[in-house]
Design a protein. Structure first.
Length: 490
């Protein structure tokens, strides 16, 4: 199959979260399965710098609001997956992150920046594309930034029904990010005014890119089986639950895998010491090196709780803040925090570190190397998300012998088996699941984790159960292939 994989971020070119990890690893898996897949991504400066062997491919004209863009083609570092980047200094040559400035404020013209990503993807997915020798069978869209691809394909087919075009799949990685913009953007984006209605792009008076994807795509998926059901309910649907329920039978929930070469404690390039499920002793050395680096006191018997996260409401870390002092003072824990996001969370974690300088290290930054060191050096990983479409960190926790404490939602529910007598007895326990999402349950689940940590035999069992899970992309990539085929045969 020929697949165009459209994404606003892909590791290692550019990353703000799990979508980048997926966009780096899933296409590589598809390539290994023998499919002809290409990534399409905005040409941010870092992307243009990191693509290997890039060269000019073609120019696309008649782009809404701007005359033309150039498309470059090159390869992803390491995996060699072909990647096409849209070169437009006007749209993408900006300092700081892909979505906003250094203070986290979204760029005012994100509607155009990602509308054009979508428009270009649609144009490249039709027989009249200037890239004549490579027309995809299917265009795989990811999150709101690509939500207009299915919409543009729908309108283009309407205007020129005889021209063959690709089918579309829209994958939802997070319903919380909707890409809502004022309807004034309809004109600049060349979107038909009549599409701005309930049966179309309109969402509470706004133009919603996420809704566009969900409404117009030929196929829909999300990143875990549990989340595929949750988003059809009011609590998780962000106002789109009815639309999702209408298409409920079509939504495939496929759990993400991850890049097990990048995330492997036996070979991790960021670690001084290595370990695996058979020889786990090296983990203690990694922990000591981490404690020393972070300036925390070293006590072998003190559990180190790790957090690597966007600091937002979704991730539920306000609950950790509420019980942190109890964990430190009564349960003798240490905490290693890495993350950034809402200022109030950043401040509170910094205050905690000031109050307990030997127990708590707060690092407000995005730091790939430190994320690997904390994942490997911590004993327990804390992830009490209020909702979690899939979540990758809990899976990295499994792989690194750092059993996670998680809430019972989305991909967390689908990837972690709670430890109890039965699951420890039959060697399936991999972590600690909070039955409900509140501070009390977080404290209770973390306490259970700490008790198990102090029981060496049980702990080793839980660690190795997790480390032996097959978490690479092979199974899930095969499921995507089956879904692609289903959409093409519709
Ligand atoms: P989400 O995409 O919702 O943020 P995931 O668990 O799916 O959550 O993926 C988050 C990814 O981003 C993981 O690879 C995680 O290690 C990484 N990450 C999050 N915050 C940081 C940070 N401050 N520094 C380095 N990596 C981070
Ligand atoms: C989103 C979700 C996260 C998921 C990731 C990759 O960022 O918040 O749960 O793992 O996408 O699919």
């Amino acid at each position: 199959m020929r697949i165009l994989f459209v994404t606003p971020e892909a590791f290692p070119l550019i990353k703000t979260g799990g979508l980048a990890d997926v966009s780096g690893a899933l296409p590589a898996s598809m390539k290994r399965l023998g499919h002809d897949i290409r990534i399409l991504i905005p040409g941010y400066p870092t992307v243009l710098k990191k693509i290997i062997n890039s060269s000019f491919l073609c120019t696309l004209y008649n782009i809404p609001s701007i005359e033309a863009v150039n498309i470059l083609i090159g390869e992803m570092p390491d995996t060699g997956v072909p990647v096409m980047a849209i070169q437009s200094d006007l749209l993408y040559d900006r300092p700081s992150g892909p979505y906003g400035d250094e203070n986290g404020k979204d760029w005012d013209d994100n509607a155009i920046r990602f509308g054009i990503l979508s428009f270009v993807a649609a144009r490249l997915s039709r027989e009249d594309s200037p890239m004549k020798d490579w027309i995809p069978d299917l265009v795989h869209c990811n999150d709101w930034q690509t939500g207009l691809v299915p919409a543009y394909l729908h309108f283009m087919r309407h205007d020129h029904p005889k021209i063959k075009q690709a089918k579309s799949l829209f994958s939802i990685h997070n319903m919380a990010f909707q890409g809502c913009h004022t309807p004034q953007w309809l004109g600049p984006l060349n979107l038909p005014a009549k599409s701005f209605q309930i049966e179309g792009l309109e969402y509470y008076g706004q133009l919603s890119f996420l809704k566009a994807g969900i409404f117009y795509a030929d196929g829909l998926s999300t990143v875990s089986p549990t989340y595929s059901k949750e988003i059809q309910k009011k609590e998780y649907g962000f106002g789109l639950q009815e639309l999702l329920t209408k298409r409920g039978n079509e939504i495939h929930g496929i759990l993400n895998g991850f890049d097990t070469k990048e995330w492997n404690p036996a070979t991790d390039k960021y670690l001084e010491y290595h370990y695996n499920d058979k020889k786990i002793a090296g983990k203690a050395k990694v922990k000591n090196a981490l404690l020393a680096k972070l300036g925390l006191t070293i006590h072998a018997k003190t559990p180190l709780l790790g957090v690597i996260s966007r600091l937002t409401y979704q991730k539920g870390l306000d609950m950790l803040l509420e019980c942190a002092e109890t964990l430190i003072e009564h349960h003798h824990c240490q905490l290693a925090i890495l993350g950034s996001g809402e200022k109030s969370f950043e401040q509170s974690f910094q205050n905690l570190a000031k109050k307990f300088p030997e127990q708590v290290s707060t690092n407000i930054e995005y730091n790939e190397e430190l994320s690997h060191k904390i994942m490997a050096g911590s004993d327990i990983f804390i992830m009490p998300s209020r909702f979690e479409p899939c979540g990758l960190n809990q899976m990295y926790g499994l792989r690194y012998g750092t059993p996670p404490v998680v809430s019972n939602t989305g991909g967390l529910a689908d990837s972690i088996v709670d430890s109890n007598e039965v699951t420890i007895g039959n060697d399936t326990a991999t972590g600690f699941v909070m039955p409900e999402i509140n501070t009390y349950q977080l404290l209770a689940a973390t306490r259970r984790a700490i008790n198990s940590f102090h029981d060496e035999t049980t702990w080793k069992k839980i660690q190795t159960n997790g480390m032996r899970q097959n978490l690479d992309w092979s199974n899930s990539a095969q499921r995507y292939v089956e879904m692609y085929e289903e959409i093409l045969n519709k």
